[in-house]
Design a protein around this ligand. Structure first.
Ligand code: GLN
Length: 562
């Protein structure tokens, strides 16, 4: 690096929402990491919730948990998976969080009687938070994604803060990247550039001139269209990037490299770095494309209508299949529809693996318990995560360990067999926001267990997000009925993982291993689960994997091994 000043890339979006700003920011980050730079990513969210931890997954999608225990936007999951870099509490900022900090300062009297205003107090706080990302990890390039769409009332303070930013760090250390949509109008047979022009005008109206446009469209933009957009937005042609649709978001870094996005970013900042080495990433994309062997995973949850609610779980499954040529097909099963044992059996007997993920609240709980029962009795590979582990324990307690009606006190406070109960330190907690057991904690894996074999280590760190735990008093009774505790907290007090030995694969974990799974480094427990499901798929269909899978890199299943 020519100097130590962190460079700031600000990513905004216009025309419509859901253009994939998070993926765009993550993909730029991936390329810069590939060029040997350190990056820090941050999401600025304009809503007033202090964090998304208390929001319904239907509103917001998954809550992503960072290593240091922040409950954050799911875009941080993309950042981590793409850049292979951990985010932190500093990486997600909301309007609610900003106001909360400013109002607390005001109540303390820190403003010495001054009038507290959006400009400068709120904007200063936003700028301070942006700088924190650069400082906490000493990054070369900080990539800051501004949530919402240009023109929204809510995002104005954030846009004003980034407009002011060059005054603090210098204009040449700031780059504004704007994502827009270039729609194809069928009856005219044309791509339309007008919405992009309007969106850039909207930005300029508030004092922001973009340095680069990434124009989402169904197909690659022609040279003419790029020139037209460039002329009308006062940009050089090469700063108009074609963000064509791709079938797999993991292809985006490769496409951006083709469009020289990383090179343009470096040139903008006057930086020099060797070409991006993203060969690991290319390998993942190549293997994903080549994966031919379908593995059907029944994902049993209550938010299945919104797939984003289980984003990291779905991604972790995909990662786990890549090396063995397994093409994961998720069968989204609404746990509320599993109303009887027969219904659960009918719905789930055709899947190769059953996954019960995390969740809160009683709706659909009995369906999840039935899914665990079907998996256990039918020998279907099973992975339980957090609530999924708790329900597997309740099912085992009810039907194997002689504890009828066993449940979590979260759902049945009066149960005679409270096999899952509040963590002792949670008993006095009243506020819902940010008060769970959150973030990475050590888990000690027991020798001789399947989970230990999968991780290959005695102590692993996985991220938690829960209030309830396997009951300390009922644990022994469960164990004497055959439940194996594969992982505990280092002091042995808390049950962190369970498994059933005489089963093809029945493993569950209290923490959320999906958050740490990366395309090039799948989560070991997901790998074990997908391997088992893949074996079942091959046995069931008796179909060899087609030979066009690159067998040298696709692993044993590529040769049809059983
Ligand atoms: N509701 C359960 C608890 O609080 C499980 C949480 C989860 O699955 N993340 O312990």
């Amino acid at each position: 690096m020519p100097d130590q000043q962190t460079k700031f890339v600000f990513v905004t979006g216009g025309v419509v929402s859901s253009l994939g700003k998070g993926i765009a920011a993550a993909a730029i980050g991936r390329l810069l990491v590939g060029r040997g730079l350190t990056v820090g990513l941050q999401k600025l969210d304009p809503y007033i919730n202090v964090d998304p931890g208390t929001m319904s997954p239907y509103q917001h999608g998954e809550v992503f948990v960072t290593e240091d225990g922040a409950e954050t936007d799911l875009d941080l999951g993309h950042y981590e998976r793409f850049t292979n870099t951990n985010t932190s509490k500093a990486s997600n900022v909301t309007t609610g969080g900003i106001y909360d900090a400013v109002i607390r300062r005001e109540r303390r009297g820190d403003y010495l009687g001054g009038t507290v205003q959006v400009v400068p107090h709120i904007t200063n706080e936003i700028k301070h938070r942006i700088k924190l990302v650069a400082e906490t990890r000493d990054v070369d390039v900080a990539i800051i994604e501004i949530g919402g769409t240009v023109g929204d009332i809510e995002s104005l303070p954030f846009l004003e803060a980034i407009r002011q930013f060059p005054a603090d760090v210098g204009r040449r250390n700031c780059m504004y990247v704007h994502l827009t949509l270039v729609p194809y109008i069928k009856h005219a047979g044309e791509l339309k550039t007008k919405p992009t022009q309007h969106s850039v005008n909207e930005l300029r109206r508030i004092g922001l001139q973009p340095d680069m446009l990434i124009c989402r469209s169904e197909a690659v933009l022609s040279r003419d269209i790029r020139s037209k957009i460039a002329r009308s937005t006062a940009l050089p042609d090469e700063m108009v990037i074609s963000g064509k649709d791709v079938s797999d978001v993991y292809e985006i870094p490769l496409w951006y490299r083709e469009e020289s996005v990383d090179q343009r970013v470096l040139e903008h900042f006057g930086l020099e770095a060797p070409p991006a080495d993203i060969s690991d990433w290319e390998q993942v994309v190549r293997l994903t494309r080549a994966a031919r062997s379908p593995v059907r995973i029944g994902l049993v949850g209550k938010y299945v209508k919104l797939e984003d609610a289980y984003k990291s779980v779905a991604e972790a499954l995909k990662h786990a299949g890549v090396r063995d040529g397994a093409r994961i097909e998720i069968d989204w099963v609404d746990s509320e529809h599993l109303e009887s044992e027969q219904a659960a059996l009918d719905r789930l007997s055709a899947v190769d693996g059953i996954l019960v993920p995390g969740g809160f609240g009683g709706r659909g709980i009995e369906g999840k318990i039935l899914a665990c029962k079907v998996a256990r009795e039918q020998g279907i590979p099973f992975l339980g995560i957090c609530l999924g582990m708790q329900m597997a324990v309740a099912e085992f307690a009810r039907h194997v360990a002689g504890m009828p009606g066993a449940n979590s006190t979260e759902f049945d406070p009066e149960t005679e067999w409270p096999v899952i109960d509040l963590l002792p330190e949670q008993k006095e907690v009243r506020d819902l926001g940010g008060t769970m057991r959150l973030g990475a904690d050590p888990v000690t894996l027991q020798p001789g267990t399947r989970i230990r074999e999968l991780y290959g280590e005695e102590t692993v760190y996985e991220r938690h997000r829960h209030r309830y735990e396997v009951s300390i008093t009922l644990r022994r009774k469960l164990e004497s009925a055959g439940l194996v505790v594969g992982g505990t907290s280092p002091d042995g007090r808390l049950v962190e993982a369970i498994e059933l030995p005489a089963h093809p694969f029945f493993v569950a974990m209290q923490a959320h291993p999906e958050f740490k799974s990366r395309p090039e480094r799948p989560s070991p427990i997901f790998r074990g689960f997908v391997d088992a499901a893949h074996r079942r798929a091959l046995e069931r269909t008796d179909v060899d994997v087609p030979t066009d899978v690159d067998a040298s890199s696709a692993g044993a299943a590529g040769s049809g091994a059983r």
